[in-house]
Design a protein around this ligand. Structure first.
Ligand SMILES: [Zn+2]
Length: 258
């Protein structure tokens, strides 16, 4: 069995406090060899680093999720910017833009997204991007960055955009990561878009504990479940699950240098 990489899991989430060792055990048993612990706050950045320090198969990002900016302490950004050089930190984020929730005024989300893009370039660590109902603004900010500084090293996490969005993101250097939504009954349009993507530019993730793929939909998600999203993507791309696992893990290694 070829090893899969779950490129996006919130392992520091309170839903994993009581049974993380069992969760990691099930991931290994399912063939998930590497997991990226994705940060959402300054405290979460530290927690993700601590997890990556204590498990050889875990890697961390540092960042401030757009929905968590307003509640963050004044020192949060400095903490994150200082932590990025840690050897177990392989990415910056998650960051991005979100018009679904209104926790943070949009102008502030945009300001912090740009901070993350700068930190990503400065540190040489790819950026992990969240985009919810904000495609037009996302492309505007990305294109502005791309026009000024060139290709963007990073990933559109839990990608749900259309084929045009996918192509625009890839053209700027970004990878596309697919999550559990790909397996949902009502996601035919997303599956059609995924089916058009080149195998060397896609990743898989769970976004645990959220967005469980079918057949676990509605239950807590965990890294072991990435096998269902990977199987779905393999079928869409016309390759075996083994080939999909092999190539998405190569892609993750290329991008995050793990
Ligand atoms: Zn996330």
């Amino acid at each position: 069995m070829t090893a899969l990489t779950d490129t996006h899991a919130h392992l520091d989430d309170e839903q994993f406090v009581s049974d993380l060792p069992a969760v990691l055990h099930r991931a290994r048993a399912a063939g998930v060899a590497n997991i990226l612990a994705i940060a959402t706050t300054a405290a979460s950045s530290s927690a993700c680093i601590a997890l990556a320090e204590s498990h050889a198969t875990l890697w961390a990002t540092v960042g401030l999720h757009p929905n968590n900016i307003l509640e963050a302490e004044a020192t949060a950004w400095d903490t994150i910017a200082a932590a990025v050089v840690h050897p177990r930190v392989v990415g910056v984020g998650e960051t991005g833009l979100d018009r679904h929730w209104h926790n943070t005024p949009f102008a502030i989300q945009e300001e912090y997204f740009i901070h993350h893009l700068e930190l990503s370039r400065r540190s040489g660590r790819p950026v992990v991007i969240h985009c919810r109902e904000a495609e037009t603004d996302m492309l505007r900010v990305l294109r502005d960055d791309y026009d000024r500084f060139g290709p963007i090293s990073g990933v559109m996490h839990s990608f749900v955009g259309d084929a045009k969005m996918a192509e625009a993101c890839r053209a700027m250097g970004l990878y596309l990561s697919f999550a559990g939504m790909l397996t949902y009954k009502n996601a035919a349009a997303l599956r059609a878009t995924a089916a058009q993507q080149p195998l060397d530019r896609v990743l898989v993730e769970t976004d645990s504990p959220y967005l469980s793929p079918v057949p676990h939909r509605g239950k807590r998600n965990e890294p072991a479940h990435v096998v269902h999203t990977a199987a779905c993507l393999a079928e869409l791309l016309g390759v075996s699950p083994e080939r999909l696992a092999e190539q998405t893990t190569i892609n993750a290694r290329m991008l995050f240098r793990i």
